[in-house]
Design a protein around this ligand. Structure first.
Ligand code: IVH
Length: 758
């Protein structure tokens, strides 16, 4: 007899059952309760063992086995399924008045004069599904389809980790139909789209489309690779044996069976309480982990529901109160290019004004050239604009291409639209920059605006418009020229009175007395914000010392040789999952981590290079391999290179010379008077970076956080302030979620960085 057909011996059967029970339990704790009980490695070990047993004895491979979540053989097409009870839709209410009318209708029909009790639920923006359980085992999953007939997507549904393959509890009904919404959490959506972007693919417009696309895969292996989740929101047909009085009880039962039910479900007595719930949830909308597009109100009492019945295809006992749209369609009228202080060229979409996400939007950033190609955008196209919360409006997709005769391609300029210098794009960087430097009036203007700004030289009365006027009229070319301006020159400017001119001269005079920190910040060296400026001033003490510093003065060469990339990365991974190191014997402790390639000799070198072993986790693979260390807190190789380059440019040295020696800008000697360091926005916080970021390297991200005062650690704990999760973020992300540590995706992170720096 071949092994395949062999019945497993009794003890194997028992082991498999035990593994299956444990895996279901861990899965439930992880995905439904968000409270994992064991490390991922333990889960993997159990799963591998069960897979082994099932391979040996295929009879063990039941449809509800935890191994069945990885996807099955691709299907040629989806079969049709007739729903035992039709899947209805909901009527909508777009304002409070319409909601009141709904409540009035219910009172009239029921001849009720007391407040009605409603269940308030978030309206999840995903895909409705119907799941059928027979004797507690999932046997069928289907889409809504036209409400009567849907598609059989059982193999895909099985891959969704928060869908129970078997109902929890001891007495499952003979048949139970559970309805709910399959959705893609925002984080999963961002991850999916970043992957698509990296591959040069279009990606999905929003999480709902991504969820729908993922569920309608004939190859369930693809569905399995998408981090879908499901919330249950009602019971369909249930075979006898279950007595329920209210919808709220039904939701409690669904939870007991092991489903995820939205944590925001609440009971409300009367329609005013329903409105208050709406306001509360609307305020939270942008902070939820998933998209919702409104609130669903349902009469709680099932007896009353039955009395109310249905009209056409919607129940009379429920209504959806929609939130304002976060996506609208409009036309792309033109694309302009903005030149930033560092020469970065940003394409900006000029749109037909459209009301979306609570404001009128007429411009949206297109980020960079790659983004424009990825979207396949042309001028004249109808585009989908999305603005969620206070996020900058984005063009997320082309809704409809313009007619071929009017459709104009977007041609990224080769030369700067302002100064005509070549635009260069460093390989591997998404940003293209004008190479004109301070020759470029746009960069010059931005550099002077920055120089004059409040936190830099604080020149009162020198606003953005005036800087532009001064540069356009040729009165100034660089910050040093500001100090050569005369009363007559200023008073002669359009829209400038004599009094304002005098005031400006007084402000310029006052600005000559400053601090080294402010002056360094004012110079506008790339990546040198206020905080780094203060650190540099404190470290070098004089401008001369900083200006003549070499890379060696910033970065100490490393003392570790012979560590391969895979060893370094395995070590960092192990460190992240390890308990804090004991103080006594770091060498021995490093070796207990069981990292391949980490010899005694290597462990000794590491311990010698990093006496504080707990610091190791904050290193990048490259830093760890070389043993290189910043000599100055928060100034890593990237910033150091910007500084060294800046002070090597003749024109920068010339402007500095004029500022100091001709204009007489001066500051107290650092050794005489300590400069107050400004409070750092992230002082006292610990951040963790995980996954791959697209627009910054890990090192850059780390440096920027450190500049803002944050510590960057390698592992997540309950003390972590925030986690930045890039592509393919893994266990650290899940741990952050489990510990409810705030998580930012790359876009959110970049936005925060900008807000802290400005
Ligand atoms: S109850 C008869 N509850 O909204 C009641 N639906 O417009 C039918 N939806 O197809 C659904 N969240 O996909 C219900 N908490 C929720 C919901 C919800 C989202 C979707 C569902 C349905 C659509 C109706």
């Amino acid at each position: 007899m071949s092994q395949d057909s062999q019945q497993p011996p009794e003890e194997v059967l028992r082991e498999a059952q035990s593994l299956s029970r444990q895996l279901h339990e861990h899965n439930y704790r992880y995905y439904t309760l968000d409270a994992p009980a064991v490390p991922d490695a333990e889960y993997d070990r159990l799963l591998r063992r069960l897979q082994q047993l099932e391979k040996r004895y295929p009879a063990l491979k039941t449809p509800d086995s935890p191994t069945q979540r990885v996807g099955a053989e691709p299907l040629p097409s989806f079969q049709q399924v007739t729903h035992a009870q039709p899947m209805l839709s909901l009527d909508n209410a777009f304002d409070n008045e319409e909601l009141r009318e709904f409540d009035r209708r219910i009172h009239t029909r029921l001849h009720a004069d007391q407040d009605i009790e409603y269940v308030c639920e978030p309206k999840l923006d995903g895909v409705a599904v119907s799941l059928v359980y027979e004797d507690g085992v999932l046997v069928q999953g289907a889409t809504r389809g036209d409400g009567r007939i849907g598609e059989n997507i059982t193999a895909n549904i099985r891959t969704i980790a928060s869908v129970p393959l078997r109902l929890r509890g001891t007495k499952p009904p003979g048949i139970a139909e559970v309805r709910g919404e399959v959705f893609l959490p925002r984080e999963g959506f961002d991850e999916l789209n970043r992957d698509a972007k990296n591959k040069g693919e279009k990606g999905f417009v929003n999480p709902r489309n991504a969820a729908a696309g993922s569920l309608r895969q004939l190859d369930s292996g693809i569905t399995a690779s998408r981090p879908l989740a499901m919330f249950a929101y009602s019971l369909g047909h249930v075979a006898a044996g279950i007595e329920l009085k209210s919808h709220f009880q039904a939701l409690a039962l669904l939870k007991d069976w092991g489903f995820k039910v939205s944590e925001w479900v609440e009971l409300a007595s009367g329609i005013d309480a329903c409105m208050a719930y709406y306001s509360r949830l609307a305020a939270k909308r942008d902070t939820l982990a998933y998209d919702i597009d409104g609130i669903v109100y349902k009469v709680n009492d099932l007896g009353l529901q039955e009395k109310l019945g249905f009209v056409a295809r919607a129940p009379r006992w429920a209504i959806a109160r929609k939130f304002p749209a976060q996506e609208e369609i409009t036309s792309l009228v033109a694309v302009d290019y903005q030149v930033g202080r560092t020469g970065a060229i940003t394409p900006v979409a000029r749109l037909d004004p459209v009301f979306v996400g609570g404001v009128t939007v007429s411009n949206a950033t297109l980020h960079n050239q790659d983004e424009v190609s990825r979207l396949g955008l042309c001028i004249g196209d109808r585009v989908i604009v999305r603005r969620a919360g206070d996020v900058i409006p984005q063009v997320v997709a082309v809704a409809e291409e313009a007619a071929p005769d009017t459709r104009k391609p977007i041609l990224f300029p080769r030369t700067c639209p302002i100064c005509d210098s070549d635009i260069v794009r460093v390989e591997g960087e998404a940003v293209a920059r004008c190479s004109g430097g301070l020759y470029c009036p746009a960069q010059r203007k931005e550099a002077i605006k920055h120089f004059a700004s409040r936190r830099a030289m604080d020149i009162d009365g020198l606003g953005d418009k005036l800087v532009e006027q001064l540069v356009d009229t040729g009165l100034i070319n660089n910050p040093a020229d500001l100090y050569t301006l005369t009363l007559d020159q200023l008073a002669g400017l359009e829209r400038m009175g004599r009094k304002s001119a005098e005031n400006l001269l007084t402000a310029l005079e006052a600005s000559r007395e400053t601090t080294l920190t402010r002056f360094l910040y004012a110079l506008g060296v790339r990546e040198v914000g206020e905080v780094t400026a203060a650190v540099l001033a404190g470290h070098f003490r004089t401008l001369d010392k900083l200006a003549t510093a070499t890379m060696d003065d910033f970065i100490a060469a490393g003392g570790i040789k012979g560590m391969g990339e895979s060893t370094a990365s395995a070590l960092l991974e192990a460190l992240n999952n390890a308990n804090p190191p004991p103080a006594d014997d770091p060498v021995q402790w490093l070796q207990t981590l069981g990292v391949r390639g980490l010899s005694q000799v290597l462990a000794e070198k590491i311990a010698a290079a990093y006496p504080d072993i707990s610091q190791l986790t904050s290193l990048t693979v490259d830093e760890l391999r070389s043993g290189a260390k910043s000599r100055i807190e928060g100034v890593g190789p990237v910033i150091a290179q910007h500084i060294v380059t800046f002070f090597h440019q003749a024109h920068n040295l010339e402007v500095i010379d004029q500022l100091v020696n001709r204009a007489g800008i001066h500051w107290p000697d650092m050794d005489m008077k300590a400069e107050a360091t400004p409070a750092l926005p992230l002082e006292g916080q610990t951040w963790v970076l995980t996954g791959t970021l697209n627009t910054l390297t890990r090192d850059e991200a780390k440096e920027r956080l450190q500049k803002l005062g944050a510590k960057v650690a390698g592992s997540v704990s309950s003390k972590t302030s925030c986690v930045v999760a890039g592509d393919k973020a893994g266990s650290k992300l899940s741990k952050a979620q489990a510990l409810e540590v705030p998580v930012l995706n790359e876009d959110e992170f970049l936005e925060r960085l900008e807000s802290w720096v400005s």
